[in-house]
Design a protein around this ligand. Sequence first.
Ligand SMILES: Cc1ncc(COP(=O)(O)O)c(C=O)c1O
Length: 406
Amino acid sequence: MTLNSATVKKDFPIFKALPKLVYLDSTATSLKPSSVVTAETEYYTKYSANIFRGIYKISEKATKEYENSRIKIARFVDADPNGVIFVRNTTEAINLIAQSWGNEHINYSDEIITTVMEHHSNFVPWQQLSKQKKAVLKTIGLTPDFMLDTENLYREITPKTKLVALAHISNVLGAINQIKKITAEIKRRNPNCMVIVDGAQAVPHMKVSIKDLGCDFYAFSSHKMLGPTGVGVLCGKVDVLNKMKPYQYGGEMIEAVYPDYSDFKKSPHKFEAGTPHIAGVIALGAAVEYLQKIGMENIRDHEKKIIVYAFKKFKGIPHLKIIGPTDIDSKAGIFAFTIGHVHAHDLAQILDEDDICIRAGHHCAMPLHLNLKIAATARASFYLYTTTQDIDALVLGVKKSIKLLT
Ligand SMILES: Cc1ncc(COP(=O)(O)O)c(C=O)c1O
């Protein structure tokens, strides 16, 4: 089935409120369909109670819906529901691993490997942990075609490498890393090395099977996959999670508390201290149902068509340089670009006058921009509601901006 993005747009109430909107910033956060808004509102208007504690009907309903969401999400990404932990966002998921698993297992002179294409949320926690533990942080660079230099990554794996943290898809380059192959090769060289994957840009846009990828941890954010803000997901191997220390202490994560010690629950509840974002988790379940109804393969196919269209249209713009791979199978719907001396921020501001939303800056990927010696890029990113008319509007807007700025 091919996806009709003009029809899809009708499911997103923002386009009714802002009919002229050309939204090309789904990498930062996606728009939300009505079914997600309804699911969130329904919790507040029909069964707004806390979970686990109540023995009355609306609390039982809230608990059931919350736990049903966990099962829906586990099925969606092919993970064990007991290894699906709700946190606030990808950033918190990665910090959880760093502070719980990392704090316990990383010692002096151990090696942590990350890459130059990481979002700060998958870079800074490892940088800080390595400083704290006096461990060695290695950062893997790129090939000339803006892909991860996997040969260099493999060469850097030693018996001292405790973990490799890398993105499934770069939020600037749009480069898709072959996680299954990369994980297998890392484990072949060092079976004890943990592989931690930042899937924030992958889960919203393509079919992901975490079991098939074989990594130890996988993190993503609800708000980038049509769900509400304030919810993130950490998926991990249950045996590893059960051996880890809790990340935060308090209510809900406890089995029993005595004056001098406490017994904790098992994963996932051991890592969900305090009242969670109940409405958000339930609405994320609705987002997953919506994505499944459309079909992840259809979404990826649609984005590929938009990528091909954008490549064609961008070719006509003088001095425009795409920062990222051009091979369609290695590229997600994320276009970072520069145009000669035109400043990305000026460009974004002028486009905004015509209600065209793009990003400008380093996109929380400063190590990448430093590596490429580029101060800032403009970034347009696509999703299931992106139409070829949106790309036409962007190209027209960019041409107009160039005239004004040069
Ligand atoms: C690849 C990647 N990782 C992590 C994040 C951080 O996500 P969040 O702000 O939801 O924690 C982002 C956000 O843009 C991202 O693109």
